[in-house]
Design a protein around this ligand. Sequence first.
Ligand code: MG
Length: 272
Amino acid sequence: MKRTSLAIRNKVLVVSVLLGAAFSAVSAAANAQTLNNEQIFEPVPRLVQSQPTLFPAPSDAIVLFGGGEKDLEQWQEVGSGDPASWLLLNDSMTVNRAMGASTSIETKRTFRDIQLHIEWSTNPVIDGDQQLRGNSGIFLHSQFELQVLDSWQNPTYVNGQAGSIYLQYPPLVNASRLAGEWQSYDITFEAPRFNAAGELETPAFISVLHNGVVVQNRSEILGATYTSQPSYDVTCTPYAQTVAVDCSGAMPLILQDHGQVVSYRNIWVREL
Ligand code: MG
């Protein structure tokens, strides 16, 4: 091959590689995804400065926790159905660390499609790292975890950081604020639909603003986030439970006790 044609071929090769790299970079801008619930570590979502949306419930919202003494009565322990044992402090409720990561709580009400506002704060005293630093989570439909974690300078697998759909989608960006500061999630959730034969018609979708910044943009949920191979079935075993139930209709919201200090306040929902 002549030297000139070899040079041209090499240039084409270099351009192709660069185009391929550019395409990969564009692809990486959307949420990465795995078909199975597996940890992924890159690309790392870039950090953006943000402000939490701390505002009261609209007039047509159902207030699930407003800080009143009786507000814990809207919640119960997952599995046992015992009264919620989280600590009621000031206007928030906090994971009761003394219970040893065994007291995730759920709403007594059940929901399908919702808009959900929730404010949360991790322990201002940093006493762990990665998944042991401010870990909690919000399980939509009792099965799909929107991760809560102190993700300020706390690297972990990206589909396990704050704003991720656990083990399925990393957040588009990292909108985290410092440990101990109040942060917000504003969520719209579409529950899965099944036909009369019990077959899946439409999967669940979720959009999330973390501190006012889009981190999930109608992400299609693949199934329960705590199983190795997520799928949809008309019966399911909700998070932290052992008995399968009918999950084709409305289901509770669950807040996760992962054994770390995490607080919640100002929780309200609008049914869609
Ligand atoms: Mg969690």
